[in-house]
Design a protein around this ligand. Structure first.
Ligand code: GLU
Length: 307
């Protein structure tokens, strides 16, 4: 079976060094295996989106020399499919409507001494009124241990029912949850290998449970270290991560490759973009990726922090 990888940015702002890591890791893994690499814009949450961000992300990827296969997918165009899948889960009694407010859910969780964020399943048997705003949750009863081996982070085990609880598939305001959309689209696009930031490691068991319930195959996973600042915060819009310079790709690409434990020769910085990519694809070694969840990004801490 041929490899299909993907990069799935949310259009909440321009690409920054942190997102470049995920784009680069997934791209090199796919290209080195002679596989395909797809781009999917995860525009599920309009209030968090920034106008023009999708186009800017795609332009930046292009200028950086990333070549994707086929058309870019947009999750905002796939609502009908998500509804079909939600209906299927409901028909099989695997999901339910939940009318609890966030406050009610957290009070119940505290009363029962459950871990933070774990919903106790109060509405599993009590139908939420058809008129009230309701979320749709997955019924995780009986979904116990999920274990998988992450290609970078090693063996991972999570008890879904106890540690995560009945997670939301569609929010009360009607927005589809990331967990649902990502599983449906990874399967629809035939993704066989997922390479992304370690901030999503904790979501993976939930995604595997959904894949199993829907009869989808489970891809392989590689969770890359995320780039953090001196305070240990992930590079993001909230931590003021600077946008990647659209017209000067080589320095950031070269640093991103070093961040991922590769040893690009300094001469690549002086050469053509095409030579950078030739070297990066031919020499990509996923076993050299540092087995850590987070690393300071270049320029933070010691001058050697890109090592
Ligand atoms: N859209 C998600 C993000 O930008 C990534 C989803 C994924 O790679 O599974 O954080």
């Amino acid at each position: 079976m041929s490899y299909i990888g993907r990069f799935a940015p949310s259009p909440t702002g321009p690409l920054h060094f942190g997102s470049l890591i995920a784009a680069l890791g997934s791209y090199l893994d796919a290209r080195q295996r002679g596989g395909k690499w797809l781009v999917r814009v995860e525009d599920l949450d309009p209030p968090r989106e920034v106008e023009g961000a999708s186009d800017l992300i795609l332009t930046t990827l292009e200028r950086y020399g990333f070549e994707w296969d086929g058309e870019v997918w947009y999750q905002s165009r796939r609502h009908a499919i998500y509804i079909e899948v939600l209906d299927e889960l409901a028909r099989h009694g695997l999901s339910y409507r939940c009318g609890c407010s966030r406050k009610q859910a957290s009070e119940q969780q505290q009363r029962l001494g459950l871990p933070i964020g774990v919903y106790p399943g109060t509405c599993r048997t009590k139908q939420a009124s058809a008129h009230s705003h309701h979320a749709i949750r997955l019924n995780t009863s009986g979904q116990r241990r999920v274990d998988f081996v992450d290609g970078v982070q090693g063996p991972i085990v999570q008890d879904i029912e106890r540690e995560v609880g009945d997670f939301v598939l569609r929010r009360a305001d009607g927005l589809f949850a990331y967990q649902l959309a990502v599983v449906v689209d990874d399967a629809a696009q035939g993704i066989t290998g997922i390479v992304r930031g370690s901030d999503l490691l904790d979501s993976t068991a939930r995604q595997i449970v959904l894949q199993q319930l829907l009869g989808y195959p489970t891809p392989t996973y590689h969770h890359l270290p995320i780039a953090v600042n001196r305070q240990g915060q992930k590079m993001s819009k909230q931590t003021f991560a600077p946008a990647l310079p659209v017209d000067n790709p080589l320095p950031a690409l070269w640093q991103a490759l070093r961040f991922l434990g590769q040893q690009p020769p300094p001469e690549l910085l002086e050469g053509e973009l095409a030579s950078f990519w030739r070297w990066a694809i031919a020499n990509w070694c996923s076993s050299a990726i540092p087995r850590t969840l987070a690393k300071p990004y270049p320029g933070e801490n010691s001058p050697d922090s890109a090592q």
